[in-house]
Write a protein that binds this ligand. Structure first.
Ligand code: SF4
Length: 447
């Protein structure tokens, strides 16, 4: 059985991606100030159209400094100096910092928990401003991010997802950013989008391209759209390789706890590709390579006796401690929201690229659905894809849309797939853990 300490010795690629996610503030500043690049905010993973325009997509939380920046900075320098594969050197550098061995033992958890602590900080900013006290955690977190960093953006670009609370939030957002552009996102009944839907989506993309060209001064061409789609497809392939192919195996290249931290990091990093598409593609490929090598050399954990547990939805916020509770009870936790919503489907590279982008975005619209029922069906796709044996369904306080038909979801899950589900409510990280623990224990006892 691999230990957290051993994971550190054999998992330089996790550190590499974590640093590019958490420790990019000065790079973003440089790109904005010195290179005069346009920073464009994202809420969902639609980064390819921003990259195609030569702009820099960014989730504003990454413009903040994280509490562990001191040792992240040291690791970053060491990684660049010695190479990210030289984990022995990296470990040596880390040993000089903070809690020494304890830090090394816990670094995976520390990296991810520092991200969650920052989310809590963003929510506290929203609460102090009196923003939507009855709103979901996710929107309050976004409020905090934009209130603190929105002024540094050139453009806030977003798709108008059908949740009314989200649409209302977008109106408030305009006060925090110099410029906003919202892409109207057609919804349609279950099945394929009509030609009229496709034509409408293409017009929306054309007008988005015009805004991006105005903000950046660059021209968006068929070639730039194709190049950005090609690299984003490569990212998708690597992501699916980790989530589905490696994730479904009975031998994992690390501890179950670390693997879930990897999926957490992928979930957040995929939204803006850490603001550098080719670097992110390379980070993902390095991770796949390292995982394959670990498996080949027997480095990792036999997880054949660990029950597969999907935790979803996580978009509106979720309790990260659940994963530790499940792992202690011999379960392995999967997060895969972007798979459920169709974001990991490839963009076609043949023919008219505006049409290809339109079809891709409409496919995602079909997954999120024109009703909450369709959305629950998409969540079930992930459950099937990883052959899950149980589900923990996270219900964010204040959500009136995404999680409003849990009964339908539970019926489908328990009757059709014959899989048990535990409902855990979520208000803020670290709150109500005792009750959550009781539900998780009851679920795991059923398996
Ligand atoms: S669907 Fe629910 S969790 Fe998502 S933004 Fe709307 S209210 Fe928040």
């Amino acid at each position: 059985m691999s230990t957290l300490h051993e994971d550190m010795e054999h998992f330089g690629s996790f550190l590499r991606m974590a640093i590019h996610f958490l420790h990019d503030r000065s790079n973003l500043k440089r790109m904005k100030v010195k290179e005069k690049k346009a920073l464009v905010s994202m809420t969902y993973p639609f980064s390819e159209i921003v990259f195609a325009a030569g702009a820099i997509p960014v989730v504003p939380i990454r413009m903040h400094e994280f509490p562990n920046s001191q040792y992240l900075s040291a690791i970053s320098s060491a990684g660049n100096l010695f190479g990210w594969n030289n984990t022995a050197k990296l470990v040596g550098i880390i040993r000089q910092f903070g809690a020494g061995r304890n830090l090394i033992k816990n670094i995976f958890h520390d990296v991810v928990s520092s991200l969650f602590a920052k989310y809590n900080e963003m929510v506290a900013i929203a609460d102090a401003a009196g923003f939507a006290p009855d709103g979901c955690y996710g929107l309050r977190g976004l409020y905090g991010m934009f209130a603190t960093k929105g002024k540094n953006l050139s453009l806030n670009l977003n798709f108008l997802y059908r949740c009314s609370a989200y649409v209302k939030f977008c109106e408030i957002l305009n006060d925090f950013v110099p410029r906003s552009h919202y892409i109207d996102w057609p919804i349609f009944p279950p099945g394929q989008p009509s030609e009229a839907n496709i034509q409408y989506m293409m017009q929306e993309i054309e007008s988005t391209i015009a805004v991006l060209e105005d903000v950046t001064g660059n021209s968006v061409t068929e070639a730039s759209l194709r190049d950005a789609a090609r690299v984003s497809n490569e990212c998708r392939q690597a992501y699916k390789e980790i989530l589905l192919n490696i994730g479904k195996q009975d031998f994992w290249p690390c501890t179950p706890s670390t693997f879930s931290e990897v999926l957490t990091l992928l979930n957040v990093a995929f939204i803006d590709c850490c603001s550098n598409q080719t670097r992110f593609r390379d980070d993902l490929n390095a991770m796949v390579k390292e995982m394959r090598s670990n498996i080949e050399h027997g480095i990792g954990t036999d997880v054949s006796h660990y029950k597969k547990v999907v935790m979803q939805p996580i978009f509106g916020g979720y309790e990260p401690e659940v994963q530790e509770m499940v792992t202690e009870l011999r379960g392995r936790v999967y997060y895969g929201e972007w798979y459920s919503f169709g974001f990991l489907n490839d963009i076609s590279l043949d023919g008219n690229m505006v049409r290809n982008y339109a079809e891709h975005y409409l496919h995602i619209s079909g997954c999120t659905g024109c009703s909450s029922v369709q959305m629950q069906d998409s969540f079930l796709d992930l459950v099937r894809a990883v052959d899950a044996e149980a589900v923990i369904y996270s219900m964010p306080f204040g959500c009136r849309d995404m999680t409003s038909c849990f009964r339908y979801y539970r019926e489908k899950l328990t009757r059709e797939l014959e899989i048990p589900v535990a409902l855990v409510s979520f208000t803020r990280m670290g709150e109500g853990l005792e009750q959550v623990k009781t539900r998780v224990q009851a679920l795991m006892e059923m398996l």
